[in-house]
Design a protein around this ligand. Structure first.
Ligand SMILES: Nc1ncnc2c1ncn2[C@@H]1O[C@H](COP(=O)(O)OP(=O)(O)OP(=O)(O)O)[C@@H](O)[C@H]1O
Length: 263
């Protein structure tokens, strides 16, 4: 059960979205889809398939050339990018913490920007967020350079959730991490998603990660969604050539590990 009504996930819709650039590149070539409130969706595909472009059109880091994106019933184009981003959590690879600010200051930055900086309340909220991302409280006074890569990503998640957004966007959030850290952070994110009742959209090129964490997997190729299926459906096959090729990678690895066990 979600523990905080104020986070409440929202639906996201893409209506005939195209993004093309002056040099003729078509990054997104006509995407229409609806992501239901509360879903954990993974966007997978090979490099250059348009995943990041599609994600960044939700928080207006990129505006579409054609079509409309909406959160709930509200078109994102009607809100200023600044206002929009204050209510959408965004986590990306190498999270971009401010190096001269402590963990506490980094986590609280969104609260401060909206004028919500009463010291006691901020302190309490930061403590709550550190608990949520399973970081020890004593790390609040450290600088980012005094943390491991995985710990820094956890700070990034805490910062993204500080203002209680209902929507969490993640672009390769575990990209730079070792496999063990990646795995435990993935589990932590999924638990946070469930606990807060968020809508989460995660870009990854790792099909295994998508299959293990998401409820629904969208496969992109050359700017189009070529498969839209649950992990179970993807593993069963028949979700199209590109999807099958991506699923074949973790499948072959699992098979090889099984063989090693019996050698
Ligand atoms: N400013 C730009 N001008 C021209 N083409 C661009 C621009 N930005 C992105 N592209 C192109 O748009 C396509 C989609 O890029 P995008 O970053 O969305 O892919 P991606 O699937 O997220 O890739 P990756 O997994 O490598 O991050 C790519 O071919 C990229 O080169």
């Amino acid at each position: 059960m979600p523990d905080s009504a104020s986070h409440l996930g929202q639906s996201v819709s893409f209506d005939h979205i195209v993004k093309s650039y002056p040099d003729g590149t078509v990054a997104v070539a006509g995407v229409t889809l609806e992501i239901e409130a509360g879903a954990f969706v993974a966007l997978v595909g090979t490099s250059g398939s348009g995943k990041s472009t599609l994600l960044k059109m939700i928080n207006r880091l990129i505006d579409p050339s054609e079509g409309a994106v909406a959160i709930g019933d509200a078109p994102v184009s009607q809100e200023t990018p600044y206002a929009l981003r204050r209510r959408i959590g965004y986590v990306f690879q190498n999270i971009g913490l401010f190096p001269h600010m402590t963990v506490r200051e980094n986590v609280a930055i969104g609260l401060r920007l909206r004028g919500d900086d009463e010291p006691k309340a901020t302190q309490a909220r930061v403590a709550e967020l550190l608990d949520l991302v399973e970081l020890p409280q004593e790390m609040a006074d450290r600088l980012p350079e005094q943390l491991s890569g995985g710990q820094r990503q956890r700070v990034g998640v805490a910062r993204a959730l500080a203002t209680r957004p209902g929507l969490l966007l993640m672009d390769e959030p575990f990209g730079a991490l070792d496999p063990v850290t990646r795995d435990s952070l993935g589990d932590a994110i999924r638990a946070i998603h469930d606990r807060l009742g968020l809508t989460t959209i995660m870009v990854t090129h790792d099909m295994a990660e998508a299959l293990l964490l998401a409820d629904r997997v969208l496969v992109m190729s050359e700017g189009e969604i070529v498969a839209d299926a649950t992990p179970r459906e993807l593993v069963s096959g028949d979700c199209g050539e590109q999807a099958d090729a991506l699923v074949a990678v973790p499948r072959a690895q699992t098979q090889r590990l099984r063989e090693l066990e019996h050698e």
